[in-house]
Design a protein around this ligand. Structure first.
Ligand code: 5GP
Ligand code: ZN
Length: 111
């Protein structure tokens, strides 16, 4: 499977890992859009949000996000969680992922 996030999950490609458990990996984004920009992925390959079959994966991902934001102490000041889907969502890597953006005020609406 020629998927960059699968290769990050198996450590074939190096990343700056901030959290890992049996199902989920989180690492620093290579092109950060905020002082803190972390990408959270399931280790299992799922191309887009439309392809999720077992919605239990969201529980695992959001439990990991909850731990990460508390560990980094960004929970109180706040943060944004973003998932992009397909062309209009601006998805560029077709392995589902959630961005955690923090460390500055996030404008609304997004661009
Ligand atoms: P998307 O645009 O699909 O929502 O987000 C993909 C994200 O993955 C982008 O923010 C991009 O900077 C990040 N990204 C792409 N390739 C790599 C990589 O090889 N390593 C890391 N750490 N991040 C990557
Ligand atoms: Zn993948």
């Amino acid at each position: 499977m020629d998927c960059i996030f699968c290769k990050i999950a198996t450590k074939e490609i190096k990343s700056s890992i901030v959290y890992e458990d049996e199902f989920v990996l989180a690492f620093n984004d290579i092109n950060p859009q905020a002082p803190i920009h972390i990408v959270v992925i399931p280790k299992e390959h799922i191309a887009t949000l439309n392809d999720v079959i077992d919605f239990g994966i969201y529980e695992k991902i959001f439990k990991a996000i909850n731990k990460i934001v508390k560990e980094l102490k960004i929970d109180k000041d706040g943060y944004r969680v973003v998932a992009n889907c397909n062309r209009n969502g601006g998805q560029t890597v077709f392995h589902i992922h959630f961005h955690i953006l923090a460390g500055r005020y996030m404008e609304w609406p997004p661009g």
